[in-house]
Design a protein around this ligand. Sequence first.
Ligand code: TUI
Length: 314
Amino acid sequence: MINSRICDLLGIEYPVFQGGMAWISDGTLAAAVSDGGGLGIVAAGNAPGEYVREQIRIAASKTDRPFGVNIMLLSPFADEVAKIAAEEKVKVITTGAGNPSKYMEMWHNAGIRVIPVVASVALAKLMTRAGASAVIAEGGESGGHVGDLTTMVLVPQVCDATDLPVIAAGGIADGRGVAAAFMLGACGVQLGTRFLSAFECPVHPVYKERVLKANDLSTIVTGKRLGHPVRSLKTQFSRDYFKAEYSDIPDEELEKMGEGALRLAVQEGDLKRGCFLAGQAAAMVNKEQSAAQIVREIIEEAEPILKGAARWVK
Ligand code: TUI
């Protein structure tokens, strides 16, 4: 059994978080992951507060185990969602795509454990001083909004910079990735892309099929010009967007191209106008399973690898 201090801290069985994925990680997926022994996370994405409240209540009705809420700090509804998550007294809040300092006091007063995603050593240090319970060090192999550093270099540097528990994310999709993350100093992992193939994951069948068919070179990073780089599957949309980004069209037109693109991918499976966020580990997602099976399988794969690590030392 793999157990670490993040398990005791949060009251979870396995040190496996399901990443908060905008439009995707609803109350049902989060509850399924938590019921399987990991930490399920409801994603707020760009949704209004009442949607998030509803999903929190759905998750709470489906599992007695702890789950979290992810707050995407670029959302126009971030303030509202931050308040609702505090009112609903969720056990854990994770944040993404920014610095959550201004909400920390409110969340701490509500007794919530705050676990920000960091993509740099500087933010890891700042979050440590601000009273975070742990940090998620997410490398640019991940899907969605990406930082500059890879998981391989970010995780050990964040581990050196803080005494908090560090959760590794970005490029992890199986037990080998889990074992490697522990070797880098992490005491837990967060996976997003792997859960896209879960039975409980509500994405359009076209989305699932594209993830299952992905190979090593199937993703692309777009959005650098507007300052919000995101990794997604190569589709007609992402290729068109990439080309437009390096053409002389005005920023406003580029922004318009991206509007609603996440929803169109998730709900309609629209390859022409939808943005199918996925990480580089999509190539390692090869079958549909329940969320609980995914959590159990990656832990069962990681155990013998970690136990066998001594064979390298003579
Ligand atoms: O947040 C994510 N992944 C996401 S968010 C998203 S929705 C979206 N919508 C519109 C534009 C952009 C995204 C899809 N995927 N992952 C966590 C993450 N956070 N990755 C990197 C970061 C990050 C980057 C910079 C966190 C903090 C940060 O610091 C900035 C600062 O202000 O210090």
